[in-house]
Design a protein around this ligand. Structure first.
Ligand code: AMP
Length: 428
């Protein structure tokens, strides 16, 4: 087809069976979040552009060059959300969620949009699974979130990850640190890449995020946020670390870990995974004590901590560690052998489905040989052949596709037969 429309650059169609992996990861996340008392929040995919400019930060890559923004018909500037923490904080303020007793625990799952340079593990539409714990600044909250993440990765049987931990300090520490960093960068920046030279003037903290190998030696000479923590922030970070030690969660201190969003204060973290190559960050997050306050929450009620996990990356790390196994869309393949068999065959299939058994109906080819070959290629466990003889005798011909073994099973016994065979297969 000439000039057929194709998918937008940097975006992708997720097809089966990959969609199944996403659904499994999401189900596991919902299950684990519920264990800690988190409930789901769904915010719109469109927000006012101003929300991200004010929270994520004008000088960040996300706001500076990666947002999909447009002017609506009423002249409002709207943006497809590049991340969801700002939206959750907005909703927290708009619905005065701090008025409910205790901390607020929310999670979300959904697509985010950033116009980044596409590469393996980096897409312009990607899915994040995230959670936010709002309403206080106790180090216990930081520990709970990190413990919950370790529980989630464990539930997914994902091994080989490392937790990187840092503290960026509070607003006062950051001011002192930024000044010292700017000073330290003055003689070094001219020897760094163009991005670093620009950031040294506009947003010195972001220099630490440079991945260019040639700049690393110079970056290693720069002071770190940890050197500038005041007593309160140092104590806070020590407690977080002590609680992680007590919970048996291993981490690596990464004094130069910074995040690409401006609202973070104090604890910052990332979980990385070896199977992911250059884009090795599986998830990232941190504390944001001033975010919701800036959007209108009363002093103290707006502090919180959150994370966002890249679902696309998690699925690829997860798949890399699991044996490829052909899982059928439905275990039973229904093979009607003629037009006249169709009515009874479909009724039979419906009866099995009513009892919770998955049945995929074969198409109108009527040939047992063709049906069996399709059933095998679909990785079905059984084919149920229904022709004139089977209808007259009310006995279905059931073929176990792995062994080729065929048996005649009475229509009323079929559900029982499959349930028993399933147990046999699972226990063998
Ligand atoms: P961030 O919101 O930038 O803190 O990112 C949190 C996580 O989202 C990262 O650790 C990645 O796993 C994932 N992520 C961020 N940007 C992308 C992208 N463009 N494509 C795929 N995953 C992404």
């Amino acid at each position: 087809m000439p000039n057929a429309p194709t998918v937008v650059k940097g975006m992708r169609d997720l097809l089966p069976p990959e969609t199944r992996w996403f659904a499994e990861v999401e189900a596991a996340a919902r299950e684990v979040f519920a264990l800690y008392g988190y409930e789901e929040i769904r915010t719109p995919m469109l927000e006012r552009t101003e929300l991200f400019a004010r929270t994520v930060g004008e000088e960040t890559d996300i706001v500076g060059k990666e947002m999909y923004s447009f002017t609506d018909r009423d002249q409002a500037s709207l943006t497809l959300r590049p991340e969801a923490t700002a939206s959750v904080a907005r909703a927290y303020v708009e619905h005065r969620l701090w008025e409910k007793p205790g901390w607020t625990r929310l999670y979300y799952i959904g697509p985010m949009f950033r116009r980044e340079r596409p590469q393996q593990g980096r897409y312009r539409q990607f899915s994040q699974i995230g959670a936010e714990l709002l309403g206080g600044d106790a180090p216990q909250m930081d520990a709970e979130m990190l413990i919950m993440l370790a529980r989630l990765l464990d539930r997914l049987q994902l091994t080989g990850w490392t937790l990187y931990l840092n503290s960026l300090g509070c607003a006062d520490d950051r001011r002192r640190y930024d000044a010292a960093l700017g000073e330290a960068l003055r003689p070094l920046a001219p020897r760094m890449c163009a991005d670093c030279r620009r950031r040294a003037l506009t947003h010195p903290l972001r220099v630490l995020d440079c991945k260019r190998p040639e700049d690393q030696e110079l970056i290693a000479q720069l002071p770190t946020p940890l050197d500038f923590l005041d007593d309160g922030c140092r104590g806070h970070f020590e407690t977080v670390r002590r609680l992680l030690d007590a919970a048996g969660i291993a981490y690596q201190l990464q004094p130069r870990l910074v995040r690409g969003l401006d609202y973070y204060t104090r604890t910052a973290f990332e979980f990385v995974h070896g199977a992911l190559g250059a884009q090795n960050a599986l998830l990232g997050g941190g504390r944001y004590d001033l975010l919701a306050e800036r959007l209108g929450a009363p002093k103290g009620a707006g502090a919180g901590i959150g994370f966002a996990l890249g679902e696309d990356r998690l699925v690829s790390a997860w798949q890399a560690g699991r044996a490829a196994e052909a899982v059928p869309a439905a275990a039973i393949y229904l093979a009607p052998l003629g037009e006249s068999a169709l009515g009874p065959a479909l009724a039979l299939a419906e009866n099995l489905r009513r009892q919770g058994l998955g049945v995929m109906a074969g198409d109108a080819r009527w040939s047992a040989k063709k049906h069996l070959s399709t059933a095998a290629r679909q990785a079905a466990r059984w084919a149920v052949l229904i022709g004139e003889n089977e209808i007259n005798s009310r006995q279905a011909a059931v073929k176990a596709l792995a062994t080729g073994e065929q048996s005649a099973v009475g229509w009323d016994q079929l559900a029982e037969f499959f349930s028993a065979s399933r147990e046999q297969i699972l226990s063998s």
